[in-house]
Ligand binder design. Structure first.
Ligand SMILES: [Zn+2]
Length: 454
């Protein structure tokens, strides 16, 4: 509410400052027509159908899997068919973690299977599993206060989801914090809003110098059940079995496609997302959708014969989920060219109705981005918020202070995030179209405008 009042006040001030307003409209006017054409061309269900084909054909795409590598080859092939000028695969060595068979059950009192998902990068258990008494805590402070009671236990962090940032720390750091106190395995209440007994996986981060213990997520419903049993004074024994392990690093690639700039091809606008996913569901919101809507920006430009002054490059990064090696490899490979990266954009918050963009950069660049966003008023994607960026573009953005943009969307991203329910049917083709249009207009204008964004 306050934000929109502020926006109104700012636009009234801008209108009162006539010379500035005239100067602005002069350069932006030239982009009304191409923006309208890009928005019109995006309205077909092409993007959604491409995402559906990706998920239906290749399924989930964990780093090191045959699925991911086959999907990468398919994407490069499809980019060539789209007629992009340059399509190439930049090699990246990626970690190769495999889940294997896994299960969790209550073994006393009574035997009851629970719904679980091992955490990415976890070690496995011995073949017979780990059989131990359950200890539930609700914070790191409570864990520390439990002292010797942690020893030999399976610890459950039963922390209801608030925001991802606040809750994910129990998934990432919980295993080593529990191991430090002598726990033999760690469970975390799934990091996401409660939803139909669905556990959420995601990566953990073992701390140096601590024993590595196996770790898994349990559904919110099962965490509540275990909590009720403990609160009632029942002592609960669990058995966790996980065959998770690492294989040697595998070959993978970042997929690169370009529309070469007509005047300044060495200046680059990057758009993209990460093509790998967790090994459950089909990685459609995280992040197949982000990849496809970014890629769609280039396909639409090509289809309409729009060749901007500067190069627009789509990057489908590999290995965001359990290593970030794709984003790091991009930074290293292009380190001498990052100074000529005009803008980097990432979509990795799901594809829902786009509301605009998050932006990080200078104040003058922000004003230009805000001006360009007025071209997206018709589809409601014109709000520019603070803090743009993304995990994959992060290393490059930081290395060269590149202006960073991300897609802002209106949707419940974390409901199906990292779950078997991350499938294309949750995504509205109209949202795919609007997101594609928003990215296409923004990328095209920034790549084409006379002055470089600064
Ligand atoms: Zn993601």
């Amino acid at each position: 509410m306050h934000k929109s009042r502020l926006a109104v006040a700012v636009s009234v001030l801008a209108a009162l400052s006539a010379p500035a307003a005239l100067a602005q409209s002069h350069w932006l006017e030239a982009y009304r027509e191409p923006a309208r054409r890009l928005i019109d061309a995006s309205s077909s269900p092409f993007a959604w159908e491409r995402l559906a084909e990706l998920g239906d054909t290749f399924g989930n795409r964990l780093s090191g899997s045959e699925n991911l590598e086959a999907a990468i080859q398919w994407a490069a092939d499809q980019m060539r068919r789209d007629g992009l000028d340059t399509v190439r695969l930049d090699p990246v060595k990626v970690p190769h973690w495999v889940r294997g068979a896994e299960s969790l059950e209550i073994v006393a009192p009574g035997r009851h299977p629970l719904v679980m998902l091992g955490l990415g990068n976890s070690v496995g258990t011995p073949a017979a599993g780990i059989d131990a008494e359950l200890l539930i805590v609700h914070s790191f402070e409570e864990l520390d206060a439990a002292g010797d009671r942690v020893k030999g236990r399976i610890v459950l962090f039963n922390v209801p989801f608030t925001t991802y940032g606040e809750t994910v720390v129990y998934r990432s750091d919980g295993p080593s914090r529990a191991a430090q106190k002598g726990a033999v395995a760690m469970l975390v209440r799934a990091v996401g809003p409660a939803g139909l007994r669905t556990p959420h996986t995601g990566s953990l981060r073992y701390a140096d110098g601590q024993p590595q213990i196996p770790a898994a997520a349990v559904s919110a419903e099962d965490a509540d059940r275990l909590q009720r049993m403990i609160t009632r004074g029942t002592s609960v024994r669990l058995r966790l079995q996980m065959a998770a392990k690492f294989l040697p690093d595998a070959d993978s690639f970042n997929v690169i496609g370009e529309i070469r700039g007509r005047e300044r091809p060495d200046e680059v606008v990057v758009v993209g997302g990460h093509f790998d996913s967790w090994d459950v569901g089909t990685g459609s919101t995280d992040d197949g959708g982000g990849c496809v809507v970014s890629w769609e920006a280039l396909r639409l430009m090509k289809k309409l014969g729009l060749r901007p002054r500067r190069t627009v490059r789509v990057v489908l990064f590999t290995n965001e989920e359990n290593g970030l090696r794709g984003g790091l490899a991009y930074r290293d490979r292009y380190k001498d060219q990052l100074a000529k990266h005009v803008l980097m954009f990432e979509s990795d918050s799901g594809v829902f109705k786009p509301t605009g963009f998050g932006f990080s950069g200078t104040d003058s660049a922000r004003r230009t981005i805000q001006d360009i966003a007025t071209l997206l008023q018709g589809i409601g994607a014109h709000t520019i918020s603070a803090n743009g960026g993304g995990a994959d573009i992060g290393p490059s953005v930081q290395a060269a202070n590149v202006p960073a943009l991300s897609l802002d969307v209106d949707g419940n991203y974390f409901l199906i995030h990292h779950t078997p329910a991350d499938t294309v049917d949750k995504i509205d083709p109209k949202d795919m179209a609007r997101a594609s249009a928003a990215i296409a207009v923004m990328a095209y204008v920034v790549a084409d405008m006379p002055e470089r964004l600064k």
